[in-house]
Design a protein around this ligand. Structure first.
Ligand SMILES: C[S@@+](CC[C@H](N)C(=O)[O-])C[C@H]1O[C@@H](n2cnc3c(N)ncnc32)[C@H](O)[C@@H]1O
Length: 238
């Protein structure tokens, strides 16, 4: 299926509400979100600003999708459109985030386009990840702020969101640990299906899963094994 150019064509179709995105996200969204177009799903975006993304998402998902937008600025309340919900609160407030998850979740897609500071992105992820559905996507925009000291970032800054996301790579692979003390199995190994790093955007897919199996298949017969996870001190994959 050829993806539509809904997102790439949207800037030329905006009205008087300003949209604020990096241009290359639009092509990523057209490709990555094609399976979600017109779907009756549950969506959350953090960060409203002038409200330009509200009609963009609403036009993509269609009238039956449930769309929630949140911002810290009470003026954003006025930007709610029919069929959407605007909530006002701080994306670094766990109580507020838990309430959003309970009253509007679970979500199929979550986009963090809020304040882009390290503690905001990390706290939002920690408290909204449990409200993401199996097969859902958690998208963090503008992760270049991980390299900006003014946002709490910096190159290899341990408290940056990019370093946090790199740590998720380790958690996803923690099935395969040979170091139960320094690198123990993490519960998120059962939850993370994949992590995509784009320029300035990180996408974490939730996929509830059993410990992975290796298969050998021949003559139409499949043998399944978890030895990849169980045997220690390996020097060969076989
Ligand atoms: C980049 S703009 C959002 C742009 C919008 N999503 C779009 O695509 O046009 C960032 C927004 O995040 C909001 N914001 C900043 N800090 C926040 C926080 N701690 N909690 C919630 N929203 C916050 C700002 O008020 C601002 O409206």
């Amino acid at each position: 299926m050829t993806p539509s150019r809904h997102f790439q064509s949207f800037p030329a179709r905006t009205g008087n509400r300003t949209l604020f995105k990096m241009e290359h996200y639009l092509e990523i969204y057209d490709e990555m979100l094609a399976p979600y177009q017109g779907k009756d799903l549950n969506f959350l975006e953090i960060g409203i600003y002038k409200g330009g993304s509200i009609p963009m998402w609403q036009g993509f998902f269609g009238p039956t999708a449930k769309l929630t937008f949140l911002d810290i600025d009470p003026a954003c309340r006025a930007l709610q459109t029919p069929g959407t919900t605007v909530e006002i609160g701080d994306q670094s407030d766990p109580v507020f985030l838990n309430r959003i998850g309970q009253s509007h979740g679970p979500f199929d897609l979550i986009v963090d386009d809020g304040g882009h500071k390290m503690h905001q992105q990390i706290t939002s992820f920690q408290h909204l990840w449990p409200s993401l559905k199996d097969r859902g996507l958690y998208i963090v925009e503008d992760t270049h702020t991980s390299y900006w000291p003014g946002f709490g970032g910096g190159f290899r800054e341990p408290r940056s969101f990019i370093e946090f996301a790199k740590d998720l790579i380790d958690r996803m692979h923690s099935w395969y640990t040979e170091d139960d003390i320094g690198f123990p199995l993490h519960p998120m190994a059962r939850e993370i299906g994949g992590i995509r790093f784009h320029d300035s955007m990180v996408v974490i897919e939730k996929r509830l899963k059993e410990p992975p199996v290796a298969i050998t298949a021949a003559n139409g017969q499949t043998n399944r094994s978890r030895r990849m996870l169980e045997v220690r001190g390996r020097r060969s994959i076989f």
